[in-house]
Design a protein around this ligand. Structure first.
Ligand code: SER
Length: 586
């Protein structure tokens, strides 16, 4: 079965069961500061799991692209992936365990659907602890459907509980479905969840009945939800009889391409190939969201993935710049990426070149340090600072030689450095804004209105890429692939002018960066902030409605009515996937 067929079958099945099919969301969570990437299908649905009404109803199903970096050390095994697709069905306060499990079973085993013999399935359920009881109900339902008792395993919270990535929010016990590949047990304790590869987890039904609070309490949710996730790659693999995901149509051409690029003969020990394919696939999808490699947040994850892939490439004898060639094979599998391919190739080449230069020198330096069989956190920080070695890379190289790197020391060295550079940038900031002439202040506020308007009119994926203000005009760069149409420009201009006319108020508060993110204040992409930041909010004093909220040093006007008339005078490109606007206040 192809991935396309499986996707369709899954959605058809749940449509028949009364579910509305909704489109998958972006890989970049739109309004959730607790995670960098969408890690599961439930993620974009969080507000609805907490009780908000979903416009499509109480039964939903979709296919969601996900990125998970928590499993990075497992990449290279048979089943784990950084980027994967999850097929999911949800009950928002509608059906509960019986229907959810029965439908999972029906879809997996019925001839018309996946036709997996029930005897190939092993099931896990929650064992119970102080927060919630043993999930006997689920076990009973499975048994009734014909799953043998000895194929049902009771596992603790670490394995059979779905908690949100951000630690707080909707959660609950789950029951997981594993496909038994038929391999020998690796030892007498081998069971679903064992990493030997005998069991492939293909589906997870979560019974969300709690909301975990900041204080670590599990409060009953107002509405009980079901959240399920089936791994697309894993499922097509087991249906085809493979014991790993890399032989499927979603990976085979990538592995083949990597083989062609090596100077050694393909196939070789598989781990390097797998890591390269996995990481570059994830990197390609992240790049398609207009994220660039950097040293912070998403950019840093991206950088780590690319650099790790490059290092594994070197290990199998790939000498030349190659990541963009692998990306080519990825884009062939996922044609929806085609529209971003120029940006993807350009960024991969640039990052690989950057890394290639430092890798050579860094490896020499690493060898020098490793001679003493000890690398301090501070030395590891120097490798990071001077040779672009992410800590994980130094740790990985250290592991190969049995050298442990003290992570705490590394973090301390990093913090010290960041404080120093912040001092530097604050000084610059003061100098740059020394001329607080009234006009400049107005343009500053107009820039915030402009960003908020662009996000509202064009797409909430827009981020600021650069800004330059003089007393005569503002210039604003932002992430966006397409040229703006005259209608779009007009709409943006009109919205800004409307907000000027509405006489919105501008206020600011100082808070920790964490609080600012929690409040979903916009930041400048790739910018490093200190612990404490200023957040400017532009809001309607009558309704309290917030139009814009940004981390910013200021200064700003008190009321938008001071700004005058806003006019966009030029729209142009400013590099790959970045547009530039110039505007004046009249
Ligand atoms: N949220 C659960 C998971 O990711 C089920 O969708 O496994």
């Amino acid at each position: 079965m192809t991935s396309k067929e499986l996707r369709k079958k899954f959605l058809d099945f749940f449509k028949k069961k009364g579910h509305a099919i909704i489109p998958g969301a972006s890989l970049i969570p739109e309004h959730d500061p607790t995670v960098l990437f969408t890690t599961a299908g439930m993620h974009p649905l969080t507000p609805f799991l907490l009780g908000e009404k979903h416009p499509a109803g109480q039964r939903l199903a979709d296919a969601q692209k996900c990125v998970r970096t928590g499993d990075i050390d497992s990449i290279g095994d048979n089943w784990h992936l950084t980027f994967f697709e999850m097929l999911g069905n949800w009950s928002l306060g509608d059906y509960w365990k019986k229907e959810a499990i029965e439908w999972s079973f029906e879809f997996l085993t019925e001839k018309k659907w996946l036709d997996i013999p029930a005897g190939k399935l092993s099931i896990t359920v929650f064992a119970g602890d102080k927060d919630a009881p043993e999930d006997k109900d689920s076990a009973k339902i499975w048994q009734k459907l014909g799953i043998l008792k000895e194929r049902i395993y009771y596992l603790p919270k670490e394995e059979n509980w779905w908690g949100p990535a951000g630690q707080t929010g909707p959660c609950g016990p789950c029951t997981e479905m594993f496909y038994d590949t038929g391999k020998e047990k690796c030892n007498s304790n081998c069971r679903p969840g064992c990493s030997c590869g005998k069991y492939a987890e293909i589906w997870n039904d979560v019974f969300m009945e709690f909301n975990k609070t900041k204080e670590g309490k599990y409060l009953p949710l107002k509405q009980k939800n079901v959240d399920t996730g089936m791994g697309l790659e894993r499922t097509i693999a087991v249906l085809a009889g493979f014991d790993n995901v890399y032989e499927t149509e979603l990976f085979k051409p990538i592995i083949k391409k990597i083989g062609e690029l090596t100077t050694k003969n393909y196939p070789l020990p598989t781990t390097h190939y797998r890591i390269i394919a996995d990481h570059l696939k994830a990197a390609t999808f992240i790049l398609a969201e207009n994220i660039e490699p950097s040293n912070v947040e998403r950019g840093y994850v991206l950088r780590r993935l690319i650099r790790r892939a490059v290092r594994h490439g070197r290990q199998i004898g790939i000498k030349n710049i190659f990541t963009h060639k692998v990306a080519e094979s990825i884009i062939e599998i996922y044609p929806e990426l085609k529209k971003n391919q120029d940006f993807i190739f350009e960024q991969l080449i640039r990052e690989e070149e950057k890394f290639g230069k430092t890798l050579k020198r860094g490896l020499k330096q690493f060898e020098r340090l490793a001679k003493n069989n000890k690398i301090t956190g501070e030395k590891a920080f120097n490798l990071y600072q001077n040779y672009g070695f992410p800590l994980e890379l130094t740790q990985e190289l250290g592991k190969e030689r049995n050298i442990k790197i003290d992570e705490k020391d590394f973090q301390e060295a990093l913090k010290k450095h960041q404080e120093l550079s912040r001092l530097g940038s604050e000084k610059k900031f003061k100098g740059g804004l020394a001329d607080h002439s009234k006009k400049v202040t107005k343009y500053h506020t107009a820039t915030h209105l402009l960003l908020a308007a662009l996000r509202q009119i064009l797409s909430s994926h827009i981020y600021q890429r650069g800004s330059n203000i003089t007393a005569e005009r503002l210039r604003f760069d932002f992430s966006h692939t397409a040229k703006l149409t005259p209608e779009e420009l007009k709409k943006v201009e009109d919205l800004v002018n409307q907000k000027i006319k509405d006489g919105l108020e501008v206020k600011w508060e100082e808070m920790s960066l964490e609080e600012a993110k929690k409040q979903r204040a916009m930041g400048v992409f790739g910018e490093k902030y200190g612990e404490r930041v200023k957040v400017y909010t532009i809001f309607n004093p009558k309704t309290g409605e917030i139009f814009s909220q940004e981390i910013c040093g200021g200064p700003h006007v008190k009321r938008t009515s001071e700004l005058g008339k806003f006019k966009i005078i030029k729209e142009e490109s400013s590099g790959a996937s970045v547009r530039r606007l110039r505007a004046v206040l009249e």
